[in-house]
Write a protein that binds this ligand. Sequence first.
Ligand SMILES: C[S@@+](CC[C@H](N)C(=O)[O-])C[C@H]1O[C@@H](n2cnc3c(N)ncnc32)[C@H](O)[C@@H]1O
Length: 486
Amino acid sequence: MNHLYYGDNLDVLREDIDTESVDLIYLDPPFNSGKDYNVLFKSPSGEDSQAQIQAFEDTWHWSSESERFLEQLKFKNGNLAELLDLMVRQFGRNDLSAYLVMMAVRLVELHRVLKPTGSLYLHCDQNASHYLKLILDTVFGINNFRNEIIWHYYNKYSAGKKCFARNYDQIFFYSKTSSYTFQPLREKRDEPVKQLVRENVNGVLKNKKDANGNCIYRIVDDKKVDSVWRIPCLQPASKEMLRYPTQKPLALLERIIQASSNPDDVVLDPFCGCGTAVHAAQKLGRKWIGIDITHLAIGIIENRLKEAFPDVEYEVHGTPKDLQGAIDLANRDKYQFQWWACSLVDAQPYQGKKKGADGGIDGQIFFTDIEKGKSITKKIIVSVKGGKNISLTMLKDLIATVQGNKAEIGLFITLASPTKPMLKEAASRGFYKAGNGREYPRIQILTIEELLNGKLPEYFDAGMGELAFKKSQRETKVIGKQMELF
Ligand SMILES: C[S@@+](CC[C@H](N)C(=O)[O-])C[C@H]1O[C@@H](n2cnc3c(N)ncnc32)[C@H](O)[C@@H]1O
């Protein structure tokens, strides 16, 4: 069975993942770049909906938790505790040390859950790669270091001020023991045209164009995959782009999974983001476990899987299954609750301003209606309330926002039951007449309990299906094909 967990991967690893139960681990943790990552949404018609949401932070601070991790490591792995002690003394109790300690405790657990024949691929960049390598050498043993893979994304450069532009990430590949699964791979290597002219290669020559239509590369020959991986970064127009920050290309994950696992093996991604590893594992006929700490990511993955593999079966853990779970989540974290509630109705989460035209918008649902024979994109504005006390004023705010934004429908999602005056106010707002001739209430109120029982907002979508996130492409499973990737 496949599993998707919402939660901190340290807790999930310690509580839910058995020792020696996983064949392959890929992890792409935040890199300690000091940046915050936002998800940018566009409306289905392409115009900028200005919906922008902070998905995750990439900044770490030394805290009592870091001290606790250091203490725990003394009992789990003495050598590692000594190494970290040295690093902490050298760097001080700062953001970098906090990041390294956070990673170290997780790598110890990841090593534990890996089967003796298994491998781990840690994706990172220059911000902390050299320190992470020391930690990995200590956890896995220096003899089990297999490769430092350079992912050279030749179509994107991170311009640096007064230094050379960076155009690669590093991926450290370790096996748990010396007896591990590995399939050598071959690729059709791209080489720059200029080089080709000099080399006089006899292989297949074919023009290849970049995004601007310029011919810059030619496919040369079938070569053994080496440790420099020339795979382009996703571009905004890429078909697989879901607009999740730091989303990695499927080709990268397919290569890792094909090289270091067999069909039906278990692939684990403990920082799974929008689920690229999960998608690649499913496509290649592996079982998978994905973990992420935000409901935003879990919602996107569920959508991605629904689009790409309509029949896929998996269990979701850690997301509320009943009213009590929803109350717990609302008490714990207002934004996670809002993202989760939005995912129940396939709404794009939205971080509107507190006041003004965007006031109180927590999500948007875009749908297509037909007017005078033409398809037109329409909008439902969603407001989510997780508190015990809800009032008529809150509903009136939503009504004003719906009017101000020229939306067709307002959807008020609430944990608490609506009051009679609220129900009366909603009913007094009349109906929206859709292209199919039917009428739908302009202001709809749904409780979390009703949503959990399967009730959904009422509207007509001539475009078929919801458009909450950019749709992933439908996939067909490829099982047992190990060789070519391009
Ligand atoms: C760099 S992104 C991964 C992107 C992913 N490889 C993809 O292709 O979409 C890192 C992810 O780790 C998640 N994350 C950060 N800390 C976490 C933790 N302690 N447990 C689980 N997930 C975490 C973030 O929410 C974010 O989605």
